[in-house]
Every structure is written in C-alpha cells, then in structure tokens.
Ligand binder design. Sequence first.
Ligand code: NAP
Length: 375
Amino acid sequence: MAPDRAGLPRALTQRRAGLDRAPLRKTEAGPNHGGGGSTMSWYRNVVWFVKGLREYTRSGYESASKHFDPADLEVDVAGRSFLITGSNSGIGKAAAKEIARRGGTVHLVCRNKERAEDAKGEIVTETGNQLQSDNLGRGNIFLHIVDISNPKEIWKFAEKFKTEHKLNVLINNAGCMVNNRELTENGLEKNFATNTLGTYVLTTALLPLLEKEADARVITVSSGGMLVQKLNISDLQSGSGTFDGTMVYAQNKRQQVVLTEQWAKTHRSIHFSVMHPGWADTPAVRSSMPDFYQKMKNSLRTEAQGADTVVWLAVSSEAAKLPSGLFFQDRQPVPTHLPLARTHSPPGDEEKLMEMLEELSQKFKSISPGSPQCC
Ligand SMILES: NC(=O)c1ccc[n+]([C@@H]2O[C@H](COP(=O)([O-])OP(=O)(O)OC[C@H]3O[C@@H](n4cnc5c(N)ncnc54)[C@H](OP(=O)(O)O)[C@@H]3O)[C@@H](O)[C@H]2O)c1
C-alpha cells in the first residue's frame, strides 16, 4: 500500500471512507512494494497516515504557518526567470501567480494549449504582470507547450529554450498518477515517464543554462507519500508483477527525492530542493479521488497553501541559505525517512538510478543537423 495522488495511502483513505474491506497488505503484491514485508508496510503506512492527518491537512498548514516570517516572501523578483511545469492547474498555477505578482518572468510549461492559454490569461489578469516588458523591466509570462512524459519533446524544447531565454529557477511540478499500466508513444510507462524521467530530462537539459546564473535553483514537487517507499531500481517501468498506480506514483516521488540529493552533490553552483505540498484541494484530487475528496474536503489545504513552500523555495533568500538537496514541508527541511521504517537504500542504488536514467534519457536525444555532437 502506498499513498495516492494527494499523498494518501489508498487503503487507509478508502477504509476511512468505508469503501474497501480488503486487508492492508493487499497492494503489497505489486512490483514497487518499496521493500519490507507486510508488517513493515503496515507500520509505515499507519505511522505516515497519522502524521499526515496532523501535518498535511489545512490545520497542519495553519499551525506550521504561525512560524512563517511574512518578510521572507516580501521580495521583488523582477529580472529573474522561472520555469514551472504543469502550471495550468493546481499547485503549479498557484505558484506561477505568486511569482508573477512579485514581478518575475514566468515560463509556463504545459501540455494542453487551450488549458494553458486559459491559465495564462488568468495569471496575467490577476497578477497584473505584463505580457511584454514594461519600461521598469518587469516580467513577462511565456507559454510553452511540452508533454513532460515525452523525453524527445523535452530535449527539443530545452535546446530551443536555451538559445532564447535565461533561467534562474526551474520548478518541476507536473505530475500524474495513472492507475493502469499505460505506455506513452515512446513505449514508456506513463507515471515513470512523467514523474521521474521527465523531471530528469528537463533538469539535465537545463542545468547548463542554470549554471550561468547567480542564485540558480531547482525545486521539485514530490509528495510526502514517498515516505512509505524505499527506492526500488529493479523495475523502473513496473513491467512485472501486479501494477498498482498508487505505489508506482509513490515510488516515482521517492525517486525525485533521490534525484535531488544526487544533483545537489554534483552541481554545487545550483541550489536544489524537493518538497511535499501537503494535501491540497486541486483539480486532480477532486476528479481522480472523489470519495477521498468528499470525506476530506473540509480538511484540505487551498492550492495557494499547497504552493506556499514552492514559492518560498523559489524566491526567498532564507531558502537559499539552507544546504542544497533537502526535502521540505511548510518551509522547513524534514527527514526523508520515517523512524524505523527501513526505507534507506542499499549502498550504490542512488548512483545506479542516476546511471540508468542517464542511459535511458540519451536514447531519446536526437542531435539536430548542424548542432554540435558534444560540448
Ligand atoms: N494536491 C496534492 O494534495 C498533492 C500532494 C502531494 C503531491 N502533489 C504533487 O503536486 C504536483 C501538482 O499536482 P496538483 O495537485 O496541483 O494537480 P493538478 O492540478 O492536476 O496539476 C498537475 C499538473 O501537471 C500537469 N501534467 C500532468 N502530466 C503532464 C505531462 N505529461 N506534461 C505536462 N504537464 C503535465 C497537469 O496538466 P493537465 O491539466 O493538462 O492535466 C497539471 O497542470 C504534482 O507533482 C503532484 O504529484 C500534490
């Protein structure tokens, strides 16, 4: 058993909703069981869910926010450039608005043109950020249509982006939980393609651009649900055993934490962070988890509350003072493992994950005619 899209262990939320009488161990049969036997998994999930009810809800946010310093976000980021994936909706759109309000140049990276244009219009209207630079040099809002589950498209997009724009902050927010094993047009399992490989390719492709800037940052929106998963590199695309999208999603979110830690070690000039937004009332939660939503709707965070730590990590000088590579919740670094949950990886697995992603990502990189083969 593992968390669902809002970061909830599905069996537990279904039980709360009286929907599922199956034993808690039922979903442990899948390939991404995250290590440990059923008793250990039960322990992880119960400890995690109790923690979630206390910390991930709106009341958890309200309690944590008493310690926030409002001055942290009283910044003008005019002249700085932010790229946010999945920014037509939910947490990504809320973060885009906050950054646009502070004058930043915002690159919205979305897969659906119509939804993206609607969101861009809303962001411009609500924030007053200009479509074109005004004579104070205040920011622009740009739109790019890219499917983050398609590594070929990402490489191509990044190559063009690098020739036209600068980038100070990359926010990997796009994410999905697909419940059946579906393949993309490139033959990749969709959750892995979007959450893990897409994050890897976009970040890797844009690192050279980020490295040119002072105070460059990469923020990845993971999920607290990853706490019940141990890194599993044996079957990255869940090709064997029973497929459980909930567990695959949580495993992908664990992989995002590992990516962040590894990048922080190898790219010292960039500040990396990964975070959990809490349980936020987003379109995804409403549409893909209607029963959970009905039970929990009065306890969920707003989209803006879910986006608060993303914005803080992206714009505040306080965030950049903390070490690179940490996992955040409500503006605080928090542990990446539950106590006694045995989710630590065996030595070498984290590096091996990076090697596997690098090898796979290169298969989708086509060099356009005339461009250099290497640097
Ligand atoms: N809400 C929560 O409680 C919660 C908890 C933990 C973690 N998270 C994480 O927060 C992030 C944002 O989710 P959300 O809750 O705000 O849900 P959301 O409103 O559905 O936002 C997800 C965004 O990702 C985009 N997206 C998905 N697949 C994509 C692809 N292949 N290419 C480009 N864009 C893609 C979606 O685009 P479309 O509109 O076109 O689908 C949408 O803009 C996700 O990474 C999610 O895992 C959310």
